[in-house]
Design a protein around this ligand. Structure first.
Ligand SMILES: [Fe+2]
Length: 337
């Protein structure tokens, strides 16, 4: 028989020594399945774009450095990420504006939502931005933006800040002198620009149309392409997986869940995503997020294109990624046949 007094005495002494008995809350240490702290959330363009444009009227790009509105998951405190690992930010660069160069240990990408003609400059290489393009900015690559066009540019920044915060491995650097990025400050590991960091919408759409023409769309995701480095056939960033999805008009997707929480951005079209009783009616420019291991399904009332990011790239490396389609078997990455 356990001596309750002795046991409590043990617990008290352990707590005083900053130690906890594992057997008291084993489920808390190792839950049987994910219990995400984040919630399903929706940032409609009807709200976000006017806020961003108002920021464009009263906040200069010099003042803000980056004129960005961060999508905070409503279940988390202010300045928290969009999911538990990734940030989705919406950025406005007006004609004639610049965003000064910098580099950081976070991995980032940009998805161009509106506009054409600005450049993002990655390791001294200007990359012309067009709607639907995705530009990769790997960790520690110099990057800045300049808009010499007459168009307002709106894009979504996706970043893995919360992963780096978990590691407490965030580093940030400005060029040693202001102005353009100088070749001499670009380290040997970061010289040059890999053309495969630029996924042009024209190329992505061609691949999606080929998939659409070839036959059956995926039951859950319609026509979908993972944006992979063609040289390695792997995600161009170590933490973030990015997909482009084309949902044909009238598409009604099968229920699906996966261990990566996903951020969706609606490039075009209208539809509805249902996630365990929550209904998100979305249209162009909307952003929404699906928490880890929640069942969801897409419907498209018109042809729709969705861009999405998640931490699946990191989870596959950690061998914890899994998915389930409908009531089918759970497929575990690296273990399922
Ligand atoms: Fe940056």
């Amino acid at each position: 028989m356990t001596d309750e007094t002795a046991l409590q005495n043990l617990y008290d002494r352990a707590a005083a020594a900053h130690m906890q008995p594992l057997w008291v809350n084993t489920k808390g240490y190792v839950p049987r399945e994910p219990a995400p702290a984040i919630v399903t959330a929706h940032w409609p363009a009807d709200t976000s774009i006017p806020l961003l444009r108002r920021a464009g009227e009263i906040v200069s790009s010099e003042f803000a450095d980056r004129r960005v509105l961060v999508c905070n998951n409503p279940a988390l405190p202010p300045f928290s990420p969009t999911t538990q690992t990734l940030y989705a930010c919406i950025q406005l660069l007006l004609p004639g504006e610049k965003a000064a160069p910098h580099r950081h240990s976070q991995n980032a990408l940009r998805f161009i939502l509106q506009g054409e003609g600005a450049d993002t400059i990655v390791n001294d290489k200007p990359v012309r931005l067009r709607r639907g393009d995705v530009v990769i900015t790997p960790a520690w690559a110099w990057h800045g933006h300049v808009n010499t066009s007459n168009n307002d540019m709106v894009w979504i920044d996706g970043l893995d800040n919360a992963v780096l915060k978990l590691f407490d491995a965030t580093f940030f650097e400005l060029p040693p002198h202001t102005g353009e990025i100088a070749n001499e400050v670009v380290g040997p590991a970061n010289t040059g620009f890999d053309p495969d960091w630029h996924f042009k919408w024209h190329d992505t759409e061609t691949l999606l149309r080929e998939q659409q023409a070839s036959g059956d769309p995926d039951a859950a995701h319609g026509c979908r392409r993972r944006l992979l480095d063609p040289k390695t056939n792997s995600d161009p960033l170590p933490t973030i997986a990015a997909h482009m999805t084309l949902l044909p008009e009238g598409f009604r997707g099968q229920s699906y869940r996966s261990s990566d929480s996903v951020i969706y951005v609606v490039m075009s079209g209208e539809g509805r995503t249902t996630c365990e009783g929550e209904v998100i009616d979305w249209k162009e420019g909307d952003i929404f997020t699906i928490p880890t291991w929640k069942r969801y399904s897409h419907q498209a009332s018109s042809e729709a294109v969705l861009f999405s990011i998640s931490d699946r790239a990191a989870q596959e490396k950690l061998r914890c990624w899994r998915e389930q389609r409908g009531d089918g078997p759970v497929q575990i990455f690296g273990l399922s046949g």
